[in-house]
Ligand binder design. Structure first.
Ligand SMILES: Cc1cc2nc3c(=O)[nH]c(=O)nc-3n(C[C@H](O)[C@H](O)[C@H](O)COP(=O)(O)OP(=O)(O)OC[C@H]3O[C@@H](n4cnc5c(N)ncnc54)[C@H](O)[C@@H]3O)c2cc1C
Length: 398
């Protein structure tokens, strides 16, 4: 075994969960090593989420990684719900006492975190292979991996499984320990990234006879647009012209025009709700997508990953400061309370806004009544707004 290493917390995965955790631990004076099987370039180019809750923005700012976000991010104080060809604004600022969301792409957050880790001597090993985790049911956890053909081992006090839905940490927990809760949706999202000035200052969620559509953005020059499609939709069948035509049809509204531009990227993403309980076993803790997935309609995946590791980091802080494991032992219980509320919201937004293949006329009337209620009742709109900007995180940020 070449080069045996030692750290306090070994982290698998350099996505939002892994990098936020690693930097929070650094700020708490706790040592960590992150192993990631992709290259830094790949991680920093991977287009995914783009909506940051107020709590996520506040935390990143307090962690000292919010400078670029503050100058380049776009603050939004509302969204539009569009149905029957008409738009209805949900005014977050008014409904939540001044809160909003930040449009700032996930890969930009990761660039900022990687730069912060590099500037502070953080150990993040990219392009490692054959990662495996061991000994977490006892008191000597290890992470093994290969790099350039050589085998390495990191011994640590704890392992954080931040390796996403397809990672190796969750499947390493012995069978029978975890319970999985799953809901598959009978549709997916066809998403494009286009070099086009966003046609609206705020996101537009559209319910249409032909299916859901979402107008979103990443910068003042880059639009991100989605269409509800079949879960196994063949993207090859979607020429650029067909995508734009469908977006025009679904997003149509009197006196409003959709701006087109060159399509830079397109792809199909499946939709799933998924939770495992508990989110910990022995000295292995799961955080982010490795423990749960939400359909993207509520824009919650990244934010939930950040909320998890905030709780986890506090547990490690308490352990290293006092030797007590109270917070660590209740990590799963604390994190799951938020996870299930966010699951509920993401499922609700998805159910309200999409067409279901097996729906009957009653379902359709009910969806339209729900949209009418949410846009017509201050109490209902407030519920949406409170969840969208993000439920309160317990305690101070750091
Ligand atoms: C394709 C896709 C598109 C998405 N689009 C949106 C969107 O439009 N809007 C939205 O709100 N949310 C979206 N999400 C959700 C959001 O991006 C995720 O919830 C968020 O990335 C979760 O962060 P994470 O750190 O838990 O997991 P990830 O970001 O998945 O990070 C896990 C990391 O672990 C690494 N890894 C995996 N296996 C191993 C291994 N064996 N060894 C070492 N490293 C490993 C991965 O390469 C990755 O870097 C999308 C997710 C996906 C997968």
């Amino acid at each position: 075994m070449a080069n045996p290493q030692r750290t306090q917390v070994g982290i698998v995965g350099a996505g939002p969960a892994g990098l936020v955790l690693s930097h929070l631990l650094y700020l708490y004076g706790i040592d960590s090593i992150v192993v990631e099987n992709r290259s830094r370039q790949y991680v920093e180019d991977r287009v995914r989420a783009g909506v940051l809750e107020q709590g996520t923005v506040d935390l990143l700012t307090e962690m000292g990684v919010g400078e670029r976000m503050k100058t380049e991010g776009l603050i939004h104080y509302g969204i539009e719900l569009r149905f029957g060809g008409r738009g209805h604004r949900i005014d977050f600022k008014d409904l939540t006492g001044g809160k909003g969301i930040m449009i700032y792409a996930q890969h930009e957050v990761l660039k900022d975190l990687n730069n912060a880790r590099a500037a502070t001597g953080g150990q993040v090993y990219f392009e490692v292979e054959d990662v495996s985790v061991h000994g977490f049911d006892g008191c000597r956890p290890t992470i093994r991996y290969k790099k350039d053909g050589n085998s390495h081992e990191i011994s640590c006090d704890f392992i954080a499984g931040c390796d996403g839905f397809h990672g190796i940490c969750r499947p390493s927990i012995p069978s029978g320990v975890l319970t999985e809760y799953v809901r598959e949706y009978p549709f997916g999202w066809l998403g494009i990234l286009a070099e086009a000035r966003p046609s609206s200052e705020e996101l537009i969620y559209t319910y249409h006879d032909r299916g859901f559509a979402l107008l979103s953005m990443r910068t003042p020059r880059i639009s991100r647009l989605y269409l509800q499609c079949k879960p196994d939709e063949d993207i090859a069948l979607w020429e650029d012209e067909r995508i734009w035509q469908e977006l025009h049809t679904r997003l149509t509204s009197d006196g409003w025009k959709l701006t087109e531009g060159e399509i830079l990227q397109k792809g199909v993403t499946g939709m799933r709700s998924f939770v495992v309980e508990p989110m910990q076993y022995g000295r292995l803790f799961l955080a982010g997508d490795s423990a749960h997935i939400v359909p993207p309609t509520g824009a919650k995946g990244l934010n939930l990953a950040v909320a998890d590791v905030r709780v986890l980091a506090r547990g490690f802080k308490e352990f290293y400061a006092t030797g007590r494991r109270d917070l660590l032992d209740s990590y799963s219980e604390i994190a799951l309370r938020r996870v299930w509320k966010v699951q509920r919201f993401s499922w609700w937004m998805t159910s309200m806004l999409h067409r279901f293949p097996d729906e009957n006329p009653f379902d359709r009337r009910r969806q339209l009544a729900e949209l009418d209620y949410v846009t017509g009742s201050r109490a209902a709109a407030k519920t949406l707004a409170e969840n969208y900007v993000g439920l309160k995180l317990p305690g101070r940020h750091l």
